[in-house]
Design a protein around this ligand. Structure first.
Ligand code: SAM
Length: 215
């Protein structure tokens, strides 16, 4: 998959990147080798900064995969804060649980196994921060569920909104047409949701950031 940032810019930023710790580096390598789509490192740094600065008590992640972003989020949390991570793939849950154990974050990350489409409508308690990173065809529904679960002044962070560059492309390969259409429609919805102050930033694969300004 293509990146959305000019290759020379990406290369330049990578040369400046502070070396991640061994576990994070291992997870990035694993994801690359096994084609697990994890958050781009640069976008992950932005996510970490937002989490750190907003000091959320309750964080929800929708789509945990191998736990890469979960670990990066959890490391920013204050002592009594918690991350609930929903994941439907048993294989990914097994991998994530092992990494979370190695990161010594089992007390900070609670894995919720199953389909977020079924789990979220049953959830009642609200969250201060939500990271949406699941299947793109589920985005619209999961976004509506997220809005209901997000506290006022809470932050929602959404990955892949520039969809490997296809969202802005004139010519989209046939294989990507449907997913691109879904993302384009979603972006309009996201940026026109009255309860949110929202923007899309061209970092990583394009991240959406929204603050819930009213109920
Ligand atoms: C892009 S990956 C998540 C990457 C992870 N957030 C990271 O950056 O390290 C998407 C994950 O979401 C899971 N997923 C997709 N749709 C889901 C749904 N409706 N409910 C639960 N998990 C879902 C997939 O199984 C996959 O592991």
């Amino acid at each position: 998959m293509k990146g959305i940032v000019f290759a020379n810019q990406e290369k330049y930023l990578t040369t400046l990147r502070n070396k991640p710790d061994a576990l994070i580096a291992e997870m990035e390598e694993f994801a690359l080798e096994n084609q697990v789509p994890i958050l781009n490192w640069n976008a992950a740094e932005l996510l970490e900064m937002l989490v750190r600065n907003s000091k959320p008590k309750r964080v929800l992640e929708i789509g945990m995969a191998i736990g890469y972003s979960s670990i990066r989020i959890a490391r920013q949390l204050k002592k009594k804060s918690i991350l609930h991570a929903i994941e439907k793939s048993k294989v990914n849950i097994e991998l994530a649980a092992a990494y979370i154990d190695r990161a010594e974050l089992t007390d900070k990350i609670q894995i919720m196994e199953g389909d977020a489409l079924a789990i979220m409508p049953e959830m009642k308690k609200k969250y201060d921060f939500i990271f949406l990173d699941a299947d793109k065809q589920d985005y619209e529904k999961l976004f509506h569920y997220s809005l209901k679960l997000l506290k006022k002044n809470g932050i929602i962070f959404i990955d892949n909104l520039l969809w490997h560059g296809f969202a802005a492309a004139r010519n989209v390969p046939a294989k990507q047409k449907k997913s691109t259409q879904i993302i384009r429609e979603f972006n309009k919805l996201f940026l026109n949701t009255p309860s949110l102050q929202s923007t899309i930033i061209p970092v990583g694969d394009g991240v959406g950031i929204g603050i819930k300004v009213r109920k």
